[in-house]
Design a protein around this ligand. Structure first.
Ligand SMILES: [Zn+2]
Length: 59
């Protein structure tokens, strides 16, 4: 998994390189890292799990 994905505004394509493979322009706007989104879902899952334990009286 790549750490940074860049999007070329001219070509509307995503690239892992710092320069667009088509127009060779530098791509300077990396997307937000994916792990923050995954962490958000992980937090949600943990919250659900915790409520489940509370309901069953196991927590
Ligand atoms: Zn391009």
């Amino acid at each position: 998994m790549a750490e940074h994905i860049h999007k070329c505004k001219s070509c509307s394509i995503y690239s892992l390189e710092n320069n667009c493979p088509f127009c060779k322009q530098s791509i300077d706007r990396p997307l937000p890292p994916k792990f923050s989104l995954e962490d958000k879902y992980g937090q949600y899952r943990r919250e659900v799990k915790r409520k489940e334990f509370v309901e069953k009286g196991l927590y």
